[in-house]
Design a protein around this ligand. Structure first.
Ligand SMILES: [Zn+2]
Length: 75
């Protein structure tokens, strides 16, 4: 499933993934495994709550990925 975010300040509209992909390792302690990690390892990290998909990250702190505004709505 996807979440569509609309920003009232900069006008951007974009979609967020509700599932984990390798690129979610970026900026985490597992970043160095980004090219080698398997799908099984990826879902294990997610189950342990060590990495988060785009939707999870957004829901914890809803703000625009482009301008940082909190003046956003989502469906
Ligand atoms: Zn914005």
């Amino acid at each position: 499933m996807m979440l569509t975010v609309t920003c009232y300040d900069c006008g951007e509209m974009y979609s967020l993934r509700g599932w984990i992909e390798k690129e979610d390792l970026r900026g985490t302690q597992f970043e160095e495994k980004i090219d080698t990690i398997t799908d099984a390892e990826l879902s294990e990290l997610e189950e342990k709550g060590l990495i988060h998909d785009e939707m999870d990250v957004f829901e914890k702190n809803p703000c625009c990925r482009y301008c940082g505004s909190k003046n956003v709505t989502w469906l």
